[in-house]
Write a protein that binds this ligand. Structure first.
Ligand code: D41
Length: 693
């Protein structure tokens, strides 16, 4: 611990508190060093509380001695009085734009153009510096004799806005370069952005304060940087990564892009570590593929990668075309967000009766596919986002994730927009829709007996690949069989004959034969698959296997008490209650009987499936309200992956999952240095298991 101004004396390397000038200089150097470690090196060197203490001490010193004020003091990052407007700034060297490419062919073509431009023999591969394309705002930082003197947005490339006061609040940006011999003038170019976690925190604050939320991190970064009152910017955590250069006076230009970034790093400027130098089109495409798989795990959003001819000399030989350098290319991911119109909001009934509001959309191409439906998750989510029928909305489709409605466009809401009303009766079977007190999800109370939607969902699940694996029994076939009243339960499937099947739409004799054969084949299964196929709420594949190996036969599972269920590795109270509830329904017990009578069987005495689940031994504590999951749902997901959910935080807690209005448990977790996850973090953790399989 460093001595503070107030604890009466110095020790170690810290200067004596009595000499306040020296002390202030030491504090500035120390705080700047910690900022650098945190933001540029991604390697924090001091707990936040200690940083705040040193910071407070410096602030006090500066108040007592106003003559101290140094422009590179970290206390200068708190913002200044609002500006009437931003001044225009003309860039000494224009900030160029980047050409775009989308498919592999564009990249091969880029490489060919580069080689043609350089008159290089086809055999010689070009070295390309490859890096991420941040989805933020391009900015120019002017350093004179190592001191940050001005910052301007890119604007139209020739003129931008003077945002110096705002930029000075960004802790990632050094106010003074780390160099004893800095260039006279250096224009650093890079991107200002907001990390996903900081974006989530900002929106949480906006929500609590009943202010409008930002649609995405880019908008949040833009909104924060374009504040005339830099004190507001100071409260938002913005970041910066350097990737280019403008004017350089008083130093030698580094010979390559990679050398430029290495040099920046030594100057204390943050440079993204996801970069490399590769050879030729194959190298560039390899990098693109790698980044694509990592994308969701990065702490910030990117919209592609950027390729740059590495050697400065070659860059200069290539020159420019219409404001874009011929030496660089952005390889973009398909846009993940697009705007479209909500034609209607309907509800969907799932296998467990869960009622999900779904927006019917005017078709829009997003994330590489045409989207006509997007989930609105649940009733509260529709309210919170205030999505109405007729709204223009932003739709997001990231990777394989189901499309969702992000937000509506307020400026385009018409007077005829209609709010969504949650139906009180199931649109499919007319049973009452009920919503339990602490659940986010409303459910149709009809069960599979009354509700064809649940029946269909249950049958689809039963036949699915990881359950009974009935090949050829698709969703549309199941729909027809249920709608025509041919089948009701899974046991009825095994009574289907070729004649009945062949009479259905789009079913030839041959396909009917195949389905019957597939049904026959599916009768030989494992107990784990069979339990999973029953579709018990909260009993996923892993839990089903666990039950199978623990009890060894289905009758023991049916008869198990809550205590006995809790003895199963990794089954917690939520899952246990759900299993009890399932088998307390006589119809479910009868279904099991009928299936066995129809000839479904599994080998007895399965070899113990002992593989422990990936969250075994990990303890979680839930606190606050999560955006889309109820406590029970979150608990069930954790338990299904082998984790335990506990009520209070201790040193033994592995993770605290915190939502809005998290209270003392969160504070306790922070004190004990327990890892904290938000809902996204939890999902990422849970999904990390799939990645391994
Ligand atoms: O990450 C980015 N968004 C990024 C933007 C990047 N990694 N590199 C860039 N390089 C350039 C050149 C080659 C012109 C120096 C850029 C941009 N420009 C850029 N950003 C906005 C307009 C241009």
């Amino acid at each position: 611990m460093q001595p503070s101004l107030f604890d009466g004396g110095g020790s170690g390397n810290a200067p004596d508190a009595a000499d306040w000038r020296v002390r202030a200089a030491w504090l500035i150097a120390e705080l700047n060093r910690h900022n650098y470690a945190y933001y540029a090196l991604d390697n924090p060197s001091i707990p936040d509380a200690d940083y705040d203490r040193l910071f407070g001490e410096l602030q006090t010193l500066e108040q007592l001695h106003p003559e101290l004020n140094t422009p590179d003091s970290p206390t200068q990052r708190v913002g200044t009085a609002p500006l009437p407007q931003f001044d225009q700034i003309t860039h000494s060297i224009p900030m160029l734009s980047l050409g775009n490419g989308f498919g592999d062919a564009d990249i091969v073509e880029f490489d060919r153009r580069v080689r043609d431009g350089l008159d290089t023999h086809t055999e010689t591969e070009i070295d390309y510096a490859v890096e991420l394309k941040f989805d933020g705002l391009a900015i120019n930082l002017r350093y004179e004799d190592g001191v940050l003197v001005q910052a301007a947005t890119r604007g139209d490339g020739s003129t931008g806005e003077n945002v110096t006061s705002n930029i000075r609040t960004i802790r990632a940006i050094p106010l003074r370069l780390h160099s004893d011999n800095p260039p006279k003038v250096l224009d650093v170019r890079g991107e200002v952005l907001m990390f996903k976690a900081d974006f989530a925190r900002l929106n949480e604050r906006q929500r609590s304060a009943e202010l409008k939320e930002f649609a995405n991190p880019r908008n949040a970064a833009a909104g924060s940087l374009r504040q005339l009152d830099s004190r507001i910017t100071a409260q938002r955590t913005l970041r910066f990564f350097a990737y280019g250069i403008g004017i350089l006076d008083g130093a030698e230009m580094p010979p390559s892009h990679s050398a430029l970034l290495d040099w920046y790093k030594t100057l204390g400027l943050p440079v993204c570590k996801e970069r490399a130098v590769v050879k030729g089109a194959q190298g560039m495409l390899g990098f693109f593929g790698e980044v694509g798989t990592k994308r969701g795990k990065l702490p910030y959003e990117i919209d592609g990668v950027v390729y740059k001819v590495n050697r400065l000399q070659q860059q200069q030989m290539l020159g420019f075309v219409s404001r874009a350098p011929r030496f660089a290319l952005a390889h973009k991911f398909p846009a993940e967000e697009a705007t479209t119109q909500v034609l209607d909001i309907e509800v969907q009934v799932g296998r467990t009766g869960a009622i999900t509001p779904v927006a019917r959309l005017a078709p829009v191409f997003v994330g590489g596919a045409t989207v006509t439906n997007a989930t609105l998750h649940n009733e509260d989510e529709v309210r919170r986002k205030d999505i109405q029928i007729g709204d223009t909305v932003i739709v997001r489709r990231a990777g394989d994730v189901i499309p969702e409605v992000v937000s509506y466009v307020a400026e385009r809401r018409s007077a005829t927009a209609q709010p969504f009303v949650m139906p009180t009766l199931c649109p499919i079977c007319g049973s009452e829709i009920v919503r339990l007190e602490d659940e986010a999800i409303a459910r149709c109370s009809g069960g599979w007996v009354k509700c064809p939607a649940q029946r269909k969902g249950g049958l689809q699940h039963f036949a699915s690949r990881r359950a009974m694996d009935v090949e050829g029994l698709g969703d549309q076939l199941i729909d027809q069989l249920v709608d025509r009243g041919i089948i009701t339960t899974a046991a009825d499937l095994y009574k289907l004959g070729i004649v009945k099947l062949a009479a259905l739409d789009r079913m030839a004799d041959k396909s009917a034969q195949n389905v019957v054969a597939a049904l026959e084949k599916s009768k030989s299964t494992t107990l784990g698959r069979f339990i999973y196929a029953l579709g018990i709420r909260h009993v996923g594949e892993a839990t089903a296997k666990e039950l199978a190996s623990h009890f060894g036969d289905i009758d023991a599972v049916i008869q198990a008490s809550e205590e006995q269920l809790l003895e199963v590795a990794d089954i917690g109270p939520v899952v246990a209650k759900s299993i009890l509830a399932f088998f307390s329904d006589q119809l479910n017990v009868e279904l099991v009987e009928q299936l066995r009578a129809a000839g479904v069987y599994w080998a007895a005495n399965l070899p113990a499936e002992t593989k422990s689940k990936f969250l075994s031994g990990k303890t979680f504590v839930l606190t606050g309200t999560l955006p889309t999951l109820s406590r029970d749902e979150a608990a069930a997901l954790i338990e299904a992956a082998g984790g335990k959910v506990a009520g209070s935080v201790s040193k033994k807690t592995s993770y605290v999952v915190a939502g809005a209005e998290a209270g003392s448990k969160l504070t306790k977790a922070e004190e004990l240095n327990v890892s904290i996850l938000d809902e996204d973090g939890l999902r990422t953790l849970l999904e990390s298991d799939h990645d391994k399989n």
